[in-house]
Every structure is written in structure tokens, then in C-alpha cells.
Design a protein around this ligand. Structure first.
Ligand SMILES: NC(=O)c1ccc[n+]([C@@H]2O[C@H](COP(=O)([O-])OP(=O)(O)OC[C@H]3O[C@@H](n4cnc5c(N)ncnc54)[C@H](OP(=O)(O)O)[C@@H]3O)[C@@H](O)[C@H]2O)c1
Length: 232
């Protein structure tokens, strides 16, 4: 019998991560879904009930370095076909480098850029060779080439993520893994707001299709949810 493919979605209890988890399940995959507070992740538990035996819910807070390391160790016997590091925050409401405190910058950069790399280093040996994909939910706002100004802190955090993922891809060159930084579209979530252009289901379907289409490519690419290349 064919082995079920496994996707790990980090930050899967709501928004885009929840949508991506649902999309993989609809395609017959098994999903390891992380949440900061698994007992309160009611939408994930509902998915688990709809797909018996195919959803594992794990606790992971990306602001807890020891927790990241422990989570990595807990995956040691698991082969992962696709990893999507999706958890992210918008940062302080004032959005200004001039107004920002060290704490605000530290938290934003750690959650959006540093923690994803720390976690990926812990997981890289677990990703299936050749067809494996390590993907990050970045944003077109992380593009330096396409930056019209505004939202400077969030942009900087995603630009840092993009740069770090480039280094990670270089570091993983012997492992034959595809590394993707993905723009999900402007999506109607708590972060994207109610007037955003794209629904969660459309974004999630596109993200999954893009990840599947890149399996075996072994490149590092910056793509949107429709597969369009984004300038770095
Ligand atoms: N929505 C958009 O238009 C848009 C556009 C471009 C990129 N993005 C990116 O897409 C990703 C998902 O965004 P979204 O729109 O789905 O946002 P969302 O609805 O606010 O969901 C954010 C997710 O990230 C998790 N998260 C935040 N901080 C975390 C931490 N320290 N540890 C673990 N999990 C954490 C949240 O968990 P809790 O429930 O515990 O807070 C939640 O599951 C983010 O990386 C965001 O930057 C979004």
C-alpha cells in the first residue's frame, strides 16, 4: 500500500495555515499541525474529527527557542514530505522604525525571520530527499525590489526571512530539497483584514498547488500562490 504523504504546517490553528492544513487533508495527506495552544485550537480539532487518524496536533510557540529545539527533537523519527513554516505576526501597530522599541523589533524579527530558520535547521534531516519541500509563508512585502514604502518593520522582517532562506538553501545544497518563500496573496484573515482580495480557501489551494508543482526542483524560489515569480 502506498505510504501517505505528510505535511507539517507550523501555525495551523487559524488563517492561512488552517486553510493549507485543510487543503492537504482534502488531497489525502496526513498533517502535523502546530498551535501555540492546542487545547484551544477548535478548528483544528474539527479537522481532526473529519479526517480520523490523519491529523496530529502539536504545541509549538515560535517565540520559545527551547520549545523549537524540543519540537525538532520530537520529529526525529518522522519523514516530512512538505514543511510549511507559516506562523507570523504583523508587528507593532505604529509600524515605524523610528517609534519601535528594542523589544518590539526583537519579537517581530524573532517570530518572522529567526525562529523559522532555527526550526528549519532542526528539521532539515527529516525532510524527504529529492521530493521534499521546505516552504515559508513570506510576503511580497518582503521584496526589496518591489518596495513602495510603508509597513517598514513588517517588510524588513519578511526581507530578512527571504535572505535567511537563501542562505539555508545554500547550506542544504547536498540534501536535494526544494526551498520556497511564498506570497499567499492579500488574504482575508485576522492579519489581512476583511477587505483583502483573496479568500483563505483560494490562497491555500494555490499555495498547495505551488508547493506540489515544485517538488524535485531543488531550487530556492520566491513565488506567489498562483505560481508567479516575485522579484527579490
Ligand atoms: N493575510 C495576508 O494577507 C498575508 C499576506 C502575506 C503574508 N502573510 C503571512 O501569512 C502567514 C499567516 O498569516 P495569516 O494571515 O493567516 O495570519 P493570522 O490569521 O493572524 O494567523 C497567524 C498564525 O500564526 C500563528 N503565530 C503567530 N505568532 C506565533 C508564534 N510566536 N508561535 C506560533 N505561532 C504563531 C498564529 O497563532 P495564534 O493563534 O496562537 O496567534 C496563527 O496561527 C504569516 O506569516 C503572514 O505574515 C499574510
Amino acid at each position: 500500500m502506498a505510504e501517505t504523504s505528510v505535511a507539517l504546517i507550523v501555525g495551523a490553528n487559524r488563517g492561512i495555515g488552517l486553510g493549507v492544513a485543510g487543503e492537504f487533508l482534502a488531497r489525502g495527506w496526513s498533517v502535523i499541525a502546530t498551535a501555540r495552544q492546542p487545547d484551544q485550537a477548535s478548528a483544528l480539532h474539527a479537522l481532526a474529527e473529519r479526517h480520523p487518524g490523519r491529523v496530529r496536533i502539536e504545541r509549538l510557540d515560535m517565540n520559545d527557542p527551547d520549545g523549537i529545539d524540543a519540537f525538532g527533537s520530537s520529529m526525529r523519527d518522522q519523514t516530512l514530505d512538505i514543511v510549511l513554516v507559516n506562523a507570523g505576526v504583523a508587528g507593532p501597530d505604529h509600524r515605524s522604525a523610528t517609534a519601535a522599541t528594542e523589544d518590539e523589533i526583537g519579537r517581530l524579527m524573532f517570530t518572522n525571520a529567526i525562529a523559522p530558520i532555527r526550526l528549519s535547521r532542526r528539521l532539515m534531516d527529516r525532510i524527504r530527499r529529492d521530493s521534499g519541500v521546505l516552504a515559508f509563508t513570506s510576503s511580497v512585502m518582503g521584496s526589496v525590489a518591489l518596495n513602495p514604502g510603508g509597513h517598514e518593520l513588517y517588510r524588513a522582517s519578511k526581507a530578512a526571512l527571504n535572505s535567511l532562506t537563501r542562505g539555508l538553501h545554500a547550506e542544504m545544497s547536498g540534501r536535494k530539497v526544494t526551498v520556497l518563500t511564498l506570497h499567499p496573496g492579500w488574504v482575508r484573515t485576522d492579519m489581512g483584514g476583511p477587505i483583502a482580495a483573496v479568500g483563505v480557501e483560494d490562497s491555500a489551494r494555490g499555495m498547495v498547488e505551488v508547493m506540489l508543482s515544485q517538488q524535485g526542483g531543488h531550487r530556492h524560489r520566491f513565488l506567489d500562490y498562483l505560481g508567479k515569480e516575485i522579484a527579490w
